[in-house]
Design a protein around this ligand. Structure first.
Ligand SMILES: Nc1ncnc2c1ncn2[C@@H]1O[C@H](COP(=O)(O)OP(=O)(O)OP(=O)(O)O)[C@@H](O)[C@H]1O
Ligand SMILES: [Mg+2]
Length: 299
């Protein structure tokens, strides 16, 4: 599959602080690329570099297989729609008036503007002042502004931030629909849950470094399934000084390999803890993510 975005050794330092550290991004064409990482991990800074809003300290960026340079950027930017950090838009203007600014700036047609408003379901609210929009409507207007140019690539920084579950679902459905039409979508979030249901490729950042990039299935390959030890006496098991979570059936322990499992079961048996069963259960994606970002290690 050809790439929509690749970077090599992409780095941004602010004085001595390394905000983005040697990133090798690979965003396949047509994918929904979920760009994940805790607050401050470097998502917005990376996206700003991709859009030429911040100059990289080091590294190269290729968009649709062409080097992104100050000269090529002007040519390429019209095919990239973006929304970085807070949704744009002037509060004292209506949704439509805001869209008209975009129309004039990019020399778009009235049809493109109407179509973008319709895609994000704002047609019936287009004559309201943006300051009276709900947060979800503001986010959708931001997406409409990014979409109006009929981009081949959309870069959206936390478009679901602060939305309620219905608002999140609506944006998710919209992005899946856009990807269905061949648009490559790169979307960031600090919440895995919001991204997991739509992304087919995940890139996970921690402290400016890419700690994982690949599919959801590949991510699970890095996970050690939890161990459930069924016992009616969880208290006795926990008294053995192990790090475990009490659950209805007994206790649940994370991150144990084969030898450690054998050792633990032996220890509990010797201590007289009644063991009724031992089984493995898949970690939740959230747990895998927390383990990864918490550890900050490289895969
Ligand atoms: N203009 C700047 N000057 C100095 N440091 C900056 C600047 N912009 C970002 N940083 C630092 O770079 C790091 C990455 O910030 P960035 O905004 O990219 O993170 P993020 O992953 O988008 O976080 P969030 O989830 O909070 O939006 C942070 O430590 C931040 O303080
Ligand atoms: Mg950010």
């Amino acid at each position: 599959m050809s790439a929509a975005i690749t970077t090599s050794n992409l780095t941004k330092r602010f004085k001595t602080h390394v905000a983005v550290d040697s990133l090798n991004l690979d965003v396949p064409q047509g994918a929904i690329y979920g760009f994940l990482g805790p607050n401050g991990s470097g998502k917005s800074t990376t996206m700003k570099m991709l859009l030429g809003l911040t100059r990289p300290t080091e590294g190269e960026i290729r968009v649709f297989e062409q080097d992104l340079t100050p000269a090529s950027r002007t040519r390429m930017l019209p095919s990239i729609g973006s929304m970085i950090e807070a949704p744009p838009g002037y509060g004292h203007l209506t949704g439509l008036e805001n869209m008209r600014i975009v129309q004039d700036m990019l020399d778009l047609s009235a049809v493109q503007i109407e179509h973008a408003l319709e895609t994000v379901r704002l047609t019936e609210h287009k004559n309201k002042l943006v300051r009276n929009y709900s947060l979800g409507m503001k986010q959708r207007l931001g997406i409409a502004m990014a979409l109006a140019r009929d981009p081949a690539l959309l870069i959206l920084d936390e478009p679901t931030n602060g939305l309620d579950p219905a608002g999140i679902e609506e944006i998710r459905t919209l992005l899946i629909r856009l990807a269905g039409h061949g648009i490559t979508v790169m979307v960031s979030s600090h919440l895995l849950d919001e991204i997991d249901k739509m992304a087919n490729v995940l890139g996970i950042l921690a402290n400016g470094r890419m700690i994982f990039q690949g599919t959801r299935d590949q991510l699970f390959e890095h996970s050690i399934p939890d161990l459930v030890i069924e016992t009616p006496d969880a208290r006795a098991a926990l008294a053995q000084g192990i790090t475990a979570t009490p659950i209805a059936e007994g206790i649940r322990v994370s991150g144990l390999g084969k030898d450690q499992t054998a050792e633990l079961v032996y220890r509990l048996a010797v201590a007289g803890v009644p063991i009724h069963g031992v089984r493995r259960v898949q970690q939740s994606l959230e747990d895998v993510f927390m383990d990864l970002t918490g550890r900050g290690g490289l895969l």
